[in-house]
Design a binder for this molecule. Structure first.
Ligand code: HEM
Length: 445
């Protein structure tokens, strides 16, 4: 008996009808299709191009974990992103990825991260002091800078001039913007190429690589040990005893900057917007701060910040910075009776899984206490950091950083909303659109 079932298809005509709206924000179109066609559908983009969309959490786990060998990263990551950032963890595949992941994974172990907490805290305090009070501001640039500085200082401690770090941030952000333009406006490809825009961005990337090369060179020449990530990367050895080559290390550092700053900045902006709308959770965080206090063991303090952590988890459920995870199957595959032709581009909608009415009680409500259970209670339906072997290597780093930031923001300020409702801007990551807020100094500070 043939148990295969046909995957419902959304026609090219349906796509064309909403093309203008899709360029601005494709998420309502995807949502309507999921509601009409079910948790998995194929979108026909014309010219023989089709993409499979899914908000089936089991399917995501199948592709990212159970049968991950048959699902590679998409060309967007391995070619388009790699064109700017090189072949680091996020953009590599196969043996190169395996070798690099094995080498770098221990660097992000909780034990080593504990040593970075002091650097992180100092950087966070410095950056939060720059937030203007009693003024309507867009928080994004503040958190963007903060998140970049935290990665930069964790990598290079304090020995790199501010100017160099700011330039690196400009370069990383400009190349991300250019990539979005290339992906969203492929019909302008020739103009980008022959109008000199691509060359200009590649020149900037080369400049960024030279800056990083100089930092590595000076560290090696000084023979100093700073106890930062750069030390750990320089000391790490492959199984054959060799160290990472310089060009590969530059690729990895470019990737850490890119993967680690915008995602974190977005999550922080959304969290503050949610806290502004739900001031009762600001009060709960203050109460928690007073009861936990500042233990000398920073790791212990963070373990005790249960509410702060739950608020962040809930914010990333509703607004996952990595709102899509993309893959391509190498060979034909079958999931739940659905036959997937070889080399089908697949997009797993993390935001739809995180808001699925069959998976979550009151899915659209901000209700952080839903996370007040065992740590893995939602491991089959909650994927802010992905799943399987390619899961985010910086997840603990990001959680520690964000907990420190939110606890400190709320200790210093009362946050007032200045835009309602929260609006999204889905680019490579899910960003907030116009994250306007006001920060009012707390009288007790
Ligand atoms: C809230 C913050 C963050 C979010 C939501 C996030 C999310 C993710 C997700 C979903 C993936 C998997 C992508 C896929 O499977 O295609 C990933 C991979 C990755 N992330 Fe993060 N990330 C965050 C912060 C960070 C930080 C702080 C760093 C480093 C400092 C980092 C470094 C990486 C790297 C290197 C990879 C590639 C791992 C591999 O393929 O082996 N991320 N991240």
């Amino acid at each position: 008996m043939d148990t295969t079932r046909k995957i419902p298809e959304v026609s090219f005509f349906d796509f064309l009808k909403r093309a203008l709206e899709i360029v601005k924000n494709p998420l309502p179109f995807h949502h309507d299709n999921f509601e009409k066609k079910g948790d998995t559908f194929i979108l026909n983009l014309g010219f023989q191009k089709k993409i499979l969309f899914s908000r089936n959490a089991d399917f995501l786990k199948y592709a990212l974990q159970k049968n991950q060998r048959n699902f590679t990263k998409s060309e967007v990551q391995t070619k388009d992103v790699a064109k700017y950032l090189g072949k680091g963890l996020l953009t590599s595949e196969g043996d190169l990825w395996k070798r690099q992941r094995k080498l770098i994974q221990p660097t992000f172990h909780k034990k080593f991260l504990t040593e970075l907490l002091g650097i992180m805290k100092h950087t966070i305090n410095t950056e939060l002091s720059k937030i203007p009070v009693e003024k309507k501001i867009n928080v994004e640039p503040y958190f963007g800078r903060l998140a970049f500085q935290v990665v930069a200082k964790s990598l290079f401690s304090g020995e790199v001039e501010e100017q160099t770090i700011s330039r690196l941030q400009e370069i990383v952000e400009a190349s991300q913007k250019m990539l979005v333009r290339e992906l969203r406006q492929p019909y302008l490809g020739l103009w980008f190429k022959y109008g000199g825009l691509l060359d200009k961005h590649f020149a900037m990337v080369r400049e960024g690589r030279e800056l990083i090369k100089g930092i590595i060179y000076r560290r090696k020449a000084s023979g100093d040990r700073k106890g930062d990530l750069l030390d750990l990367l320089l000391e790490a050895k492959y199984e054959d005893g060799a160290n990472m080559e310089e060009e590969q290390m530059i690729d990895e550092i470019m990737i850490l900057f890119t993967a680690g700053h915008e995602t974190t900045s977005n999550a922080l902006s959304f969290t503050c917007q949610l806290l502004a709308k739900h001031p009762e959770y600001q009060d709960k965080i203050v109460e928690e701060h007073l009861s936990v206090g500042e233990e000398t063991d920073m790791m212990q303090t963070m373990m005790s910040q249960r509410i702060t952590k739950q608020v962040l988890e809930e914010a990333m459920r509703l607004y996952p910075p990595a709102y899509f995870i993309d893959r391509m199957n190498l060979r034909q595959d079958t999931f739940d009776g659905m036959k997937i032709a070889p080399k089908t581009p697949l997009l797993f909608s993390v935001i739809e899984i995180h808001r699925h009415k069959d998976l979550w009680e009151k899915p659209m409500e901000f209700w952080p206490e839903r996370f007040d259970g065992p740590p893995n209670q939602y491991s089959n339906q909650y994927f802010p950091f992905g799943a399987g072997p390619r899961m985010c290597i910086g997840n603990n780093f990001a959680m520690f950083e964000m907990q420190m930031v939110i606890a400190e923001v709320i200790r210093r300020f009362r946050i007032l909303p200045k835009t309602d409702p929260i609006e999204i801007l889905p680019l490579i990551t899910l960003k907030p659109r116009k994250a306007f807020l006001e920060f009012e100094g707390r009288p007790e500070n």
